[in-house]
Ligand binder design. Structure first.
Ligand code: PLP
Length: 362
């Protein structure tokens, strides 16, 4: 087999080896079908079973109540930035909490669709924290409160949902979906593109409470209507069949190999702690971008006190098969994305390298 490296890419990102092997084995022909997932109709029984299994696995893992619909869409999270306000606003207003670049982009798109407000904005501190509930400026009449549970670029994560009274939460969970248990009943809508933690690029999972699904709207384009996708069970047009298939395998891996989201969360906490303790015991050689109480378990962002050493850090890490560690240009430094599928061994190797690099360069 070609040598696999430890891939710390922010997305598309590492997938479980077991999932890739399973997909590889079945790539010439699904058992009993004689054709591969890439070659069969989305209208046939085989694909329907795959889609139903992916949905059932998600319901089981997240404990999704019966009054929520699940659809598998295309267009990535970016399309959700527009579809959400298009479908839900109906001339009224919504509140946005922006704790990083993705929330900011979602807010800018929503402004095209209706009179949305900022309930809190972390831009002035370059998005290194999340608000307390007291800091939120909420409108009790808002149709929803939007937030990003994990900001992938800044490495800032909510450890608990913001409190919004009776106003439903809408969440971009793209980069921490399936990394921990979530109480879906607190949400009006939760969505995630798959390419961070749940599968390949090309499929986006949207979970929506059924009373929020708008009535059919003659003027709305069919592809943009939740109602339409729900009515057609994600098959209004050809869905991303391969992506849905991989989501099915990833969710099977979470259920059977990992043992559920509580276990996944514990593993993710252990992995993140290895890196944060390498930062915290470095005597200031490394500094975390995110404040202590909102450090992400998925994207660990940090700077070297001597920024001139950053390219060497990245180069020497790569020589040890620790790849794709360069931080996003808006934050600089290093970003280690350690999603569900990053093995603990990769994180241990990175923590060891961080210590060794510090000793050699202090
Ligand atoms: C990656 C990411 C996006 C953008 O996803 P696309 O599928 O490229 O549109 C949006 N939000 C978050 C939190 C992300 O991590």
């Amino acid at each position: 087999m070609t040598q696999r490296v430890f891939n710390f890419s922010a997305g598309p990102a590492v997938l479980p080896l077991e999932v890739l092997q399973h997909a590889q084995e079945d790539l010439l022909a699904l058992p009993g079908v004689g054709s591969s997932i890439l070659e069969i109709s989305h209208r046939g029984e085989t694909f329907k079973e795959i889609l139903d299994a992916a949905e059932a696995n998600l319901r089981q893992l997240l404990g999704i109540p019966d009054n929520y619909r699940i659809v598998f869409l295309q267009g990535g999270s970016r399309l959700q930035f527009s579809m959400i306000p298009m479908n839900l606003l109906n001339g009224k207003s919504a509140d946005y909490i922006t704790t990083g670049s993705w929330g900011e982009k979602a807010f800018q798109e929503a402004r095209r669709e209706g009179p949305v407000r900022l309930a809190w904005d972390g831009k002035s501190s370059n998005y290194n924290c999340v608000p307390t509930n007291d800091e939120l400026d909420l409108d009790a009449e808002a149709l929803y409160v939007y937030f990003t549970s994990n900001e992938t670029i800044q490495g800032v994560q909510f450890s608990k949902e913001p409190q919004t009274g009776s106003v439903p939460l809408v969440c971009d969970a793209s980069s921490d979906f399936l990394s921990r248990p979530v109480d879906i009943a607190r949400y009006g809508l939760l969505y995630a593109c798959a390419q961070k933690n749940a599968g390949p690029a090309g499929v986006t999972v949207v979970i929506i409470r059924d009373d929020l699904v708008p009535e059919p709207d003659e003027k709305m384009a069919g592809m943009l209507s939740y109602q339409n996708h729900i009515k057609n069970k994600s098959c209004f047009n050809t869905p991303p069949t391969f992506g849905v298939y991989i989501v099915k395998l990833v969710t099977e891996w979470l259920i059977h190999t990992v043992g559920g989201l509580e276990k996944m969360h514990a593993l993710n906490r252990q992995k993140a702690n290895l890196l944060y303790s390498a930062i915290d015991t470095s005597d200031g050689f490394y500094t975390s971008h995110a404040k202590l109480d909102c450090r992400s378990l998925m994207n660990v962002t940090f700077q070297l006190s001597n920024a001139d050493l950053t390219p060497q850090f990245i180069e020497q890490a790569k020589e040890r098969d620790l790849c794709n560690l360069k931080g996003h240009r808006s934050v600089g430094g290093i970003r280690a994305s350690i999603y569900n599928a990053m093995p603990r061994e990769g994180v241990e190797r990175l923590a060891e390298f961080m210590d060794a690099f510090r000793s050699a360069n202090r």
